[in-house]
Ligand binder design. Structure first.
Ligand code: AP5
Length: 215
């Protein structure tokens, strides 16, 4: 069974690769960021709690996230494996996940995306996203249509509130403090596969495919 975690700072390409590889391997892409953004858009209690934290670049509490994951893992499509995109994000989340999957061996592997901070800031501040289907655009390399309607679903293309430069910088601080320790955690469990995420998208993808095919 393929059970993968895509780990890395904001903007390193986790979502870009996970969306395509989930289709290739017929696995669900489980993005806690997407689940939270949907809750915010729907105005649920969870969404109301999460919005302010997300807009500031902080992390939603471990308890809330674990509740979401526990529920998501019970759905039928997650029984065949999964790609976690942006989860876990703290040591506590990783330990709780291990407990849910009966130990760190329940994970096939962890793909760790490495990209320089300045490139990340440039990527995220120029990212635009379809609010409906989630497709990413980039004002420099892949601009959205002039009317800002998504070329796939027609939804409105917007800038995510947390992609403004000051919030991106704060997300990096939070990443370095809370999430970066997971690199050692998974290294110690012999699960980590590092990829240079600053290479072109197709090259990064092929390296991940070569890795995922080992399982
Ligand atoms: P989340 O949605 O998970 O955001 P993130 O991890 O910060 O990830 P991003 O979506 O910004 O980046 P990505 O690595 O997926 O990059 P992408 O492929 O889009 O989380 C948002 C918020 O929700 C968090 O801040 C937190 O508040 C909360 N949250 C979520 N999960 C949580 C959890 N587990 N615990 C607590 N709180 C949680 O690419 C970025 C850009 O780069 C795009 O424009 C793309 O086109 C471009 N790009 C991608 N690859 C390349 C490449 N190889 N070369 C050039 N450009 C590239």
């Amino acid at each position: 069974m393929k059970r993968f975690i895509f780990l890395g700072a904001p903007g390193t390409g986790k979502g870009t690769q996970a969306s395509v590889l989930a289709l290739k391997y017929d696995l669900p892409q489980i993005s806690t960021g997407d689940i939270l953004r949907k809750a915010v858009a729907e105005g649920t209690d969870l969404g109301k709690k999460a919005k302010q934290i997300m807009d500031s670049g902080g992390l939603v509490s471990d308890d809330i996230i674990l509740g979401l994951i526990e529920k998501r893992l019970q759905e039928p499509d997650a029984q065949k494996g999964f790609i976690f995109d942006g989860f876990p994000r703290t040591i506590k989340q990783a330990q709780d996940l291990d407990a849910l999957l009966s130990g760190a061996d329940g994970i096939s592997g962890v793909v760790y995306f490495q990209v320089d901070e300045e490139e990340i800031v440039q990527r995220l501040t120029s990212r635009r996203t379809c609010g409906q289907c989630g497709l990413n655009y980039n004002t420099i390399t892949d601009p959205p249509p002039a009317d800002f309607k998504c070329r796939v679903c027609g939804g409105a293309v917007i800038q995510r509130d947390d992609d403004k430069e000051s919030t991106v910088r704060n997300r990096m601080v939070v990443y370095n403090e809370k999430t970066a320790p997971l690199v050692k955690y998974y290294q110690d469990h012999d699960k980590l596969y590092a990829v240079d995420g600053s290479q072109p998208v197709e090259i990064v993808r092929q390296q991940i495919i070569d890795y995922m095919n080992r399982f």
